[in-house]
Design a protein around this ligand. Structure first.
Ligand SMILES: Cc1cc2nc3c(=O)[nH]c(=O)nc-3n(C[C@H](O)[C@H](O)[C@H](O)COP(=O)(O)OP(=O)(O)OC[C@H]3O[C@@H](n4cnc5c(N)ncnc54)[C@H](O)[C@@H]3O)c2cc1C
Length: 474
């Protein structure tokens, strides 16, 4: 997307004036110094300065804004915390941004019903803290928790480290309110766990990346907070051994496994070499590293993990391991895995693949990808870490920074993925970066239905054009 100046047609200029009048100065920014920071998200894609930034504070203001945008055919990009990694929140030329930053806060916490009703712009961490203060927990958790918003996590159906235990965002949303492109407010903020009265429309909005409507409020399903957990880092010979370790863990802990994360040696050695990123708590070289966290409410939690790890050694599954004995040790073990969000400067230009295959295929897929990349002169090294139990790997491939290298690497990896019946994005979303690769995951028939739904709900295509659907919209 270019930084070129945009020629406003007369109708668009009238639309902008109407937006300014309807929203007021606090909610309508046009100063370039203000607007520039809303151009891009954290994907690396450079967006264009929006024509204006809309900052509504209520659902009715969002509806008013969308009505005006539809009347004057002005493209609108919904934005939360701009932590997206697929370019879905980047502004294309000639669009306005609708930021939810003034729609924040907890509206209601129902401790008996274990629900929380919140505004879409509320940061994920604010929700987590409010839930914990009531002895409860909102289990969706991602590294960007401090800035990512509830609306953004809903629009991308965010995953993260606790999907194994509690599912994706989709499994943790009970009710939703959203505004469609023509200003229609679809509001179902009920707290019913069971509701078979027709199609569950919230599931259309969840994961639609701002292309079908703007999420304004949500009812979240909370869980009981289990404050105690135990964490172990285990070195195993390879990915197959990690899967064996997961089977043993399921026998020991069942649904109390709250995280089961994996790191390949390329990732482990890279982050542990950069002392500002992480420190290696175990020595030697191993074929795979597993972080396992187990929820527990009994006093002898470390004993339980110790006995489990002992079984792994007896069976020849584990080669080395360490148990976190304090909060500081817990944080430093997690730091190794979460450093994936901080490698950009040290690793240089790279593609950040977010791929899913069947969990039992993940190791074989990664070996095939490594072999493929070894034969490509454009690829200059990989880092691999991910969610082992979900079959989701974050594969970072370094290159010379050129668009040509990027194109060749993406074409090769997504073609390979097609043979494994995988997903071009497991949790970050399609956004603008992956829109042209979606055909490697979804059939022609599926895409036709998706396009028909888009046409029905947003006939003029004003909502987040270029994201998710890419050229399919045309
Ligand atoms: C360090 C780091 C770690 C991360 N870890 C994970 C992870 O483990 N798992 C994971 O899934 N993601 C992860 N992400 C990606 C990102 O945090 C998520 O995609 C998050 O859900 C985006 O939320 P946001 O509020 O920043 O949305 P934005 O980036 O602002 O927007 C993302 C998309 O949602 C749309 N959108 C935003 N708000 C609304 C709304 N109210 N209504 C309709 N559409 C809307 C936008 O148009 C865009 O398409 C990570 C990102 C970073 C930087």
């Amino acid at each position: 997307m270019k930084k070129a100046g945009v020629q406003l047609d007369a109708d668009c200029a009238i639309g902008l004036k109407e937006l300014a009048a309807a929203l007021g100065t606090k909610a309508f920014l046009t100063d370039p110094a203000d607007c520039d920071r809303y151009a891009s998200d954290q994907s690396g894609l450079v967006g264009t300065r929006p024509l204006a930034v809309l900052r509504p504070a209520t659902t009715e203001e969002v509806a008013q804004a969308l009505k005006i945008c539809t009347r004057h055919r002005i493209a609108l990009v919904p934005q939360g915390g701009r932590t997206g990694l697929s370019g879905g929140a980047c502004s294309p030329a000639g669009a306005v941004v609708l930021s939810t930053e003034r729609m924040t806060g907890v509206i209601e916490l129902d401790p008996e019903g274990m629900t929380m009703t919140v505004w879409a712009g509320t940061p994920l961490e604010t929700v987590q803290i409010a839930a914990r203060e009531a002895g409860l927990d909102y289990p969706v958790d991602i590294g960007a928790r401090g800035t990512a918003t509830i609306g953004g996590t809903i629009a991308t159906n965010a995953g993260g480290i606790r999907v194994l235990q509690h599912g994706m965002t989709r499994q943790n949303v009970l009710g939703l309110e959203a505004v469609l492109s023509d200003g229609t407010i679809l509001s179902r903020l009920g707290k019913t766990v069971k509701d078979n009265s027709g199609l569950d429309l919230k599931h259309l909005l969840i994961g639609s990346e701002g292309t079908l409507g703007v999420v304004t409020r949500a009812v979240l399903q909370l869980r009981q907070n289990i404050p105690d957990s135990a964490l172990a880092l285990i070195a195993v010979p390879d990915h197959a051994a990690a899967l064996s370790c997961l089977s043993v863990a399921r026998r020991w802990f069942g649904s109390r496994i709250s995280a089961f994360e994996g790191m390949w040696p390329d990732y482990w050695e890279f982050v542990c070499r950069q002392s500002h990123l992480a420190k290696a708590p175990i020595s030697g070289q191993h074929g795979f590293y597993v972080l396992i966290e187990v929820e527990t409410d009994h006093a002898n939690r470390e004993d339980a993990l110790e006995a489990f790890v002992a079984e792994l050694f007896e069976n020849g599954i584990a080669e080395d391991g360490v148990l976190a004995k304090s909060l500081a040790e817990t944080l430093s073990l997690w730091k190794i895995r979460e450093a994936i969000g901080e490698v950009d400067t040290d690793f240089g230009p790279h593609i950040n693949f977010d791929i899913a295959v069947a969990p039992s295929d993940l190791g074989k897929f990664c070996n095939a990808a490594d072999a493929l990349l070894a034969g490509l002169k454009d690829a200059a090294g990989t880092l691999k870490a991910g969610h082992v139990a979900d079959g989701n790997v974050h594969l970072l491939v370094a290159h010379d920074g050129s668009a040509e290298a990027e194109e060749r690497i993406e074409a090769a990896i997504y073609a390979l993925l097609g043979n494994w019946n995988g997903a071009v994005t497991a949790e970050h979303g399609v956004g603008r970066l992956k829109a042209r690769w979606i055909t490697h995951s979804r059939s022609r028939e599926e895409l036709a239905v998706m396009c028909a739904l888009k046409k029905q709900l947003d006939p003029l295509g004003i909502l987040n054009p270029g994201a998710l659907y890419g050229d399919l919209e045309k």
